[in-house]
Design a protein around this ligand. Sequence first.
Ligand code: AFD
Ligand code: MN
Ligand code: MN
Length: 436
Amino acid sequence: MDQVTTPALDQDFLAQQNAPLTAALDDEYDALGRALQRRGIDIERITDTVSAFAVAVPSWGVGSGGTRFARFPMGGEPRGIFDKLEDCAVVNRMTGATPTVSPHFPWDETTDMAAVREAASSLGLGFDAVNSNTFQDHPGNTLHPLSYKYGSLSHTDPAVRAQAVAHNIRCAELGEVLGSKSLTVWIGDGANFPGQQHFGRAFERYIESAKAIYAGIPGDWKLFLEHKMFEPAFYATVIQDWGSSLLAAQAIGERALCLVDLGHHAPNVNIEMIVSRLIHAGKLAGFHFNDSKYGDDDLDAGAIEPYRLFLVFNELVEAARADAGFAPSYMLDQSHNVTDPIESLMTSAVEVQRAFAQALLVDRGALDGFQDANDPMMASQTLKRAFTTDVQPILAMARSRKGSAIDPVAAYRASGYRAAVTRIRPAKSGGSGGIV
Ligand code: AFD
Ligand code: MN
Ligand code: MN
């Protein structure tokens, strides 16, 4: 497969792009450093912590997304996992924040997974959680002869359940070759009509299947259960909320944990509180970051509700304060319908980092005091003070020091990467819908 030779991955090109921006960045960074010093915060400590932060890119995020109405593909869409890795490498090169990829099977399966690992490593990438797909049929794939139309892990037919369980175990086997250590399971199982499905039995079948997966994956692997309120099922979904997810995780075993996708909740649900509860239970797996206005919109992280993203990170920073080993998995999960996916992924990686940096600025001692003294105004202002601090110079400095782009979208556009891959990769048809 021909690979594009691109300035987007070239250190000298990025140095050239950064050169005219460096003086202003130094100036703004110094000014912010002085302002933070007055608040008793060492900017270098924040920059180092932010620099070490990483969020995985979903392999399915680099192609154009779609809705169930249509998909409008852009030029240069990846032809397979090797192209996807190259796109992911550009996101990482520009941001310095996305060194791992979260692959999806069977979409990303090849006959030689070791070659996939090698290709990734030559691009400076590793792998995060692997994802299984039993939410659609895979015509022509001999490992999936039975249909998932009426579900997978909770299907009424034991043969379909066994097929779905086997696929998940196989995903871990493929993931082992890649160096992954966790399997994320999201299923579309549910019902469109009252009465269609026996709630209790479906849940029990799910738990039994998930236990079989848990028993079949390596002993040092984690099993991430991803809940989602609705869609594709529109009346009831088997793992629809964090309560179902937690009950299942507790029934399955110690290494079964609950993954929070920010778009998978009812409107107005207090997600940061769910995060706190899962931390309390020792069951927080990690995140699929994205943003939403109405449902599982899969918009770019921080695009709609940046304060909510900050409040989630506020809980995470608080948890890390109590437990130095606290290390949830961070992944993006977005669908890019109208933007260049690489631009959206870069922007989202930066927004997630921004929320983290802001959360690091919260004066935790002061907040503890205001909470204990029942001072809601000052407690709220303590959070707002951190949230309204412009941490842009910290994020840009962290990138600059890594040789990444001070302005990722501008540098990416200047590289001409999209036009270059459009010349190499054949156009894809747009007609049908795509997953969201
Ligand atoms: C779908 C689901 C979910 C999942 C993703 C990959 O909504 O977010 O993480 O597929 O399996 O988008
Ligand atoms: Mn997700
Ligand atoms: Mn989703």
